[in-house]
Design a protein around this ligand. Structure first.
Ligand code: ADP
Ligand code: MG
Length: 289
């Protein structure tokens, strides 16, 4: 049976928007010494804005946006939302897509008007052997590139911003004496490093495919001294949430898969609630023991 103190702890935490799925996690979270954050949607707002677009000669901006947005209509990624609403703003009509494949950590492949179209990062273009200008690699922002058939057609430039609460999230963890704080992301290393520096996080790992995130957590787990909490919100985060000692999902904009797999769900959009959760665990332990 669960000692009464755990009910108190779970109740107190839930009033702060932190849902523990069981008393055992209140206990497990007191052991945590390593907090690993997903970047997009967890530390950043995860609601991108399209800043500009750059179409290749012979491709109109409208066509580029139309293809990108039509493909993205098949995705729930935060990038997809941004591109679809940008097309709406510019009154660009979307077209029908068939044979759509979403490739995690890459983007989408779809057929439109009888032509194969690719919409995603440069890794996607490389995967399909499509050549693109060198400049693309040096852009320190999220870009969504597009290929029509086997030809590179241009890109959209997107930006995401840190959540106001992200700086607090890191400060509060450090105040709880948790100094092993990391960011994992499928986004480009330069972007991840840039956000990490603003937060006072020195361990920033970018360019990771979903499988790379799993390998990273496995490597951390191989040292039994590491007690890991992973904090994420995306569909792709479910395997890593499951693998961590305590999986924490940001429930605000989070995916159902992440919320379902997690041990703890943060119902507000505040990553600093991770520190709240750890604090709640420590308080409860003091009462129960
Ligand atoms: P993270 O949540 O860590 O940023 P993801 O695995 O969700 O990582 O995505 C990694 C990268 O893959 C994105 O930064 C983007 O470049 C590309 N990507 C993933 N899904 C899409 C999509 N629907 N459209 C365009 N690009 C995408
Ligand atoms: Mg994500």
């Amino acid at each position: 049976s669960i000692p009464l103190g755990y009910f108190g702890g779970i109740g107190a935490a839930s009033r702060l928007g932190v849902l523990f799925k069981g008393g055992n996690y209140l206990d497990a979270i007191t052991q945590v010494n390593t907090v690993v954050f997903d970047k997009t949607g967890t530390l950043t707002k995860g609601t991108f804005d399209v800043q500009s677009c750059q179409a290749q000669p012979g491709v109109t901006e409208e066509k580029l946006i139309q293809l990108a947005a039509s493909a993205e209509r098949n995705s729930t990624h935060p990038i997809a939302k941004a591109i679809i609403s940008y097309a709406k703003q510019r009154d660009i009509e979307l077209i029908a897509t068939t044979d759509v494949t979403e490739i995690a950590g890459h983007g989408l492949q779809a057929t439109m008007d009888g032509t194969r179209v690719l919409v995603g990062n440069t890794r996607l273009l490389t995967k399909f052997g499509i050549e693109y200008p060198d400049e693309l690699s040096s852009i320190v922002d999220t870009i969504v590139a597009c290929a029509i058939g086997t030809k590179y057609a241009g890109y959209l430039l997107l930006s995401d911003t840190l959540k106001e609460d992200a700086v607090n999230a890191v400060k509060e963890l450090k105040a709880l004496n948790i100094n092993n704080i990391q960011i994992l992301s499928g986004d480009k290393q330069a972007i991840v490093t840039n956000f990490a520096e603003k937060l006072g996080i020195t361990q920033a790992y970018g360019d990771l495919l979903p499988d790379g995130k799993v390998k990273h957590i496995e490597a951390l787990r191989s040292n039994p001294a590491n007690r890991i909490a992973f904090v994420g919100d995306g569909i792709n985060d479910a395997p890593v949430l499951a693998l961590s000692h305590v999986g924490i999902a940001m429930g605000g904009l989070g995916s159902d898969a992440a919320i379902e797999t997690a041990d703890v769900v943060i119902q507000t959009d505040q990553p600093s609630r991770v520190a709240t959760a750890i604090h709640a665990g420590r308080q409860t332990r003091r009462i129960v023991w």
